[in-house]
Design a protein around this ligand. Structure first.
Ligand code: HEM
Ligand code: FES
Length: 424
């Protein structure tokens, strides 16, 4: 029950709050859309905290967005072990970077009296939630390694199901507590964005690039005012010229780079006949894969039995992959008694697909090395908490009648079908 609240109710409340709250603040309190900088109250610790925090968190959230929006692309990348290791190491490094920055910012708010005076309760709540969230992220990355791989077929479909308004929490109900807590805290942070200084993520201060620098001075020092004004003016002019030069050079390089890509885009790629053929073939393959997927879904919605294989084609040491009624991968083997054994191939740990080769009587989940007994589906070793669920199936004879009494002499004539319903 609380899973429904945390992973369906809370996300929609959070997204509603994000959209409605942000629109409200932009319309009625436009001036407050800012991080309400405290730089002029204290700047040294701010620099040491803010820079690592922003570099770390922006990189990590960028990684999260790629994982949620392009899971197949990420999965293809991390199927190369070297890339997987690199992503994991980079994720952890940037997380530690962000964590150190955040702690410096937190301590600064608690210990500096001037900053304390401008710190609201909401600031403390947000800083605490972010600290917990980063710690949970680091825990996941260390305890449940290869997240870049297993999250693409568990967490990514969950997030996509929320955004497509077809929420499906079955992807995450069996996840460990740390992962569930990480997801719930994320929705909580999203919910609070419009009510906190995190709202500044929607207000990129681009005008600062073009504006003259401003120095804030206390107006009690009136006698120094004219000197300071003169200094500011000359400093400003020098700064403006430097900035203008930097920005113009940057823009020229940027425009040259973009033009290099855009001009060939409008001209159209000049492909040889062979390349054109290859491109068409790839498009056709993608379309066929989508059609196949839709056909599978329709078949599962409309039919009570689905053909998997002739019993004689099943093997004891190598399974045939198929898609079960939940549209998840499953495996069919032949048992020692000549009858079929069908398991869900989704590991009960974090949902990776188990391999189809039987070694020493066991099936392996390569993500965190769990072994499952091929005869019973039970966990032999590894972090998987439950056996592999069995897929309900029946046998049909040569006349397409359901076999009620198995005739051992006719096993080669039998065909294996899966039956509508949950795996057990
Ligand atoms: C406020 C939003 C979030 C923040 C600040 C955040 C932060 C982090 C951090 C700092 C890490 C550790 C660095 C890393 O290994 O990449 C991490 C890891 C992770 N996060 Fe998040 N996260 C957020 C939302 C989410 C959500 C919504 C999900 C899933 C639905 C998620 C899933 C994961 C996973 C699976 C990992 C482990 C990645 C790996 O081991 O490669 N995060 N997160
Ligand atoms: S997903 Fe971790 S062992 Fe299978």
């Amino acid at each position: 029950m609380h899973d429904y609240f945390l992973f369906i109710g809370l996300p929609y409340v959070a997204l509603f709050s994000l959209i409605a709250g942000t629109v409200y603040r932009f319309n009625s309190k436009k001036f407050s859309i800012s991080s309400l900088s405290s730089q002029f109250l204290e700047k040294e610790k701010l620099l040491w905290g803010s820079v690592p925090w922003h570099i770390g968190i922006i990189t990590i959230l960028g990684g999260h967005i790629v994982a949620f929006t392009m899971p197949s692309f990420l999965q293809a990348l991390v199927s190369n072990v070297k890339i997987l290791y690199t992503f994991e190491a980079l994720g952890l490094t940037f997380a530690l970077f962000a964590f150190c920055g955040l702690i410096i910012l937190f301590v600064r708010r608690l210990r500096n009296a001037r900053i304390q005076a401008v710190t609201s309760n909401m600031d403390l709540v947000i800083l605490s939630l972010l600290t917990i969230q980063i710690l949970l992220g680091i825990l996941i990355a260390s305890l449940y390694r290869w997240g870049a791989s297993w999250s693409t077929h568990t967490l990514a479909p969950y997030i996509q199901s929320i955004f497509s308004f077809r929420p499906d929490i079955t992807y995450i109900t069996n996840m460990p507590f740390v992962v569930k807590a990480h997801i719930a805290v994320a929705w909580l942070i999203i919910l609070l964005i419009p009510f906190s200084r995190l709202i500044h993520v929607f207000a990129l201060p681009l005008e600062y690039l073009f504006r003259l620098p401003q120095i804030v001075v206390w107006n009690s020092r009136r006698q120094e005012e004219s000197v300071i004004t003169a200094q500011i003016e000359s400093e400003s002019r020098r700064f403006f010229l430097k900035a203008a030069f930097g920005i113009t050079s940057g823009l020229i390089l940027f425009i040259t780079g973009i033009a290099d890509k855009i001009i060939p885009f409008f001209r159209g790629p000049e492909l040889s006949k062979g390349e054109k053929g290859e491109l068409l073939k790839q498009k056709l393959q993608k379309m066929k894969a989508t059609i196949k997927q839709k056909e599978l879904e329709t078949e599962r919605l409309t039919k009570d039995f689905i053909y998997i294989s002739d019993l004689k084609n099943l093997k004891t040491d190598e399974g045939i992959y198929f898609i079960d009624y939940q549209m998840k991968p499953a495996l069919a083997f032949k048992g020692d008694n000549g009858l079929p054994i069908l398991y869900s191939a989704k590991c009960t740990h974090l949902g990776c697909t188990v391999t189809n080769k039987v070694k020493e009587g066991a099936l392996l989940c390569p993500c965190h090395v769990s072994h499952f007994n091929i005869k019973t589906g039970d966990v032999i070793d590894g972090p998987a908490p439950k056996p592999l669920p069995k897929v309900k199936h029946i046998l049909m004879d040569a006349n397409n009648h359901i076999v009620v009494n198995i005739d051992k002499s006719k096993l080669d004539e039998y065909k294996v079908y899966i039956v509508k319903g949950e795996n057990t």
